[in-house]
Ligand binder design. Structure first.
Ligand SMILES: *Cc1c(COP(=O)(O)O)cnc(C)c1O
Length: 381
């Protein structure tokens, strides 16, 4: 069975009533026959049937052993970091998601050090691994300049050095419709399901998927101990959204490809750089072709007039692209990283990561692409 069919068929009707839509088990506790004798559910922090269904769906999408649903993407990042102990080290992609960077700063206080490296350089990434390295942390594509790292190669080489190293891939920007890191040798996948999985900008959610049962047990223990679980209603919203994942991501990727090609043509007038893995001049275009099904729904570009003012003019004059943080929803969004998502990143770090003053990020929705191009075109005038 093909993936699109499998996803839909895996959303089973309720065995009790035949309801074709997943029931929302809005309950905190469950009646037991005698102490410890129950139907597999005793308390919703530990387990909930609606959450179980979501976790099974994402496990299937990512070819994993099992998954865990959390109240946000960062709650799932936090659970993975709790696998570590004092003096453990992490080798991480240098333009890691800002919230993850902030969290790693907190863990630094507990004696867990992170070495940041440009993971598009696989050899350099491997050379940063030490005896204390426990995790290799990748994001691909990254935010906002869409750098792509070779997940398969880095996973293999890391494990050649030490089979116990866990390779973590934050798969938020790609989504399982585009790439499946567990099949490329990674051990843990993280999703901010807030973005493409839920897909409608109406829920905050996080998912972890693993391929090893012992690792699942460890993370399940951490989740139950810390308690940042996803509520039944938000599980339902994510299940509702996920059903159109393949449709949305395919359309969003097509839209992004067309808008990127349009922006590319504008490089002889007002546009300076266009960052999109689908463009043949993108630095990691060939790796993108190797490990992705589509090139994704996010584009970044900078202006010839590289000032905050000129970028602000563009992001406030689009009509269809709404000015907002976040990404992956059905509605197209525009954002100015320097003054929004990356406002707290020090200027030098920001410029080093290629986040110029005028850099603008687009998250393509599912609208008609001609309308979207017209909107961007008029905003550049
Ligand atoms: C948004 C995001 C997160 C954090 O997820 P939340 O649901 O906002 O907590 C983590 N990683 C990436 C790549 C993200 O884009």
């Amino acid at each position: 069975m093909k993936e699109e069919t499998k996803l839909i068929q895996n959303i089973l009707s309720d065995p009790l009533t035949g309801a074709i839509s997943t029931p929302i088990y809005q309950t905190s506790t469950y009646v037991q026959e005698s102490p410890g004798v129950h139907k597999g559910f005793d308390y919703t922090r530990t387990n909930n049937p609606t959450r179980k269904i979501l976790e099974r769906l994402v496990t299937d999408l990512e070819y994993g052993y099992d998954s865990l649903a959390f109240s946000s993407g960062l709650a799932s990042v936090d659970a993975v970091l709790k696998l570590l102990k004092y003096k453990d080290e992490i080798v991480a992609v240098d333009d890691i998601y800002g919230g993850t960077f902030r969290l790693l700063n907190l863990y630094k206080k507990l004696g867990i050090k992170t070495k940041f490296v440009d993971t598009t350089d696989a050899e350099k990434t491997i050379s940063e691994i030490s005896d204390n390295t426990k995790l290799v942390w990748l994001e691909s594509p990254t935010n906002p300049t869409l750098k792509i790292s070779d997940i398969e190669y880095i996973s293999k080489k890391s494990k050649d050095i030490n089979p116990k190293i866990l390779v973590v891939v934050d798969n938020t920007f790609a989504s399982p419709a585009i790439q499946n890191p567990l099949n490329l040798g990674a051990d843990i996948i993280i999703h901010s399901a807030t973005k493409y999985l839920a897909g409608h900008s109406d829920v905050l959610a996080g998912l972890i998927t693993v391929k090893n049962p012992d690792l699942y047990d460890e993370l399940k223990y951490i989740q139950n101990a810390s308690g940042g679980v996803l509520s039944p209603i938000d599980c339902w919203l994510t299940i509702r959204g996920i059903q159109t994942l393949y449709l949305r991501v395919k359309k969003q990727s097509q839209n992004a490809y067309d808008v990127a090609s349009f922006l590319e043509k504008k490089r002889n007038t007002c546009i300076d750089k266009v960052y999109y893995p689908g463009l043949s001049h993108h630095k990691n275009h060939l790796i993108a072709i190797k490990q992705q099904r589509y090139f994704g729904g996010i584009i970044s570009f900078s202006l010839k007039d590289d000032t905050i003012e000129s970028a602000k003019k563009v992001v406030t004059s689009t009509k269809l692209f709404k000015l907002a943080e976040s990404l992956g929803g059905t509605k197209s969004l525009i954002c100015h990283p320097s003054t929004m998502t990356h406002k707290s990143t020090p200027l030098e770090v920001r410029i080093n990561a290629g986040i110029q003053n005028s850099l603008i990020r687009l998250s393509l929705g599912i609208e008609n692409v001609e309308d979207l191009i017209e909107d961007i075109d008029q905003s550049l005038k």
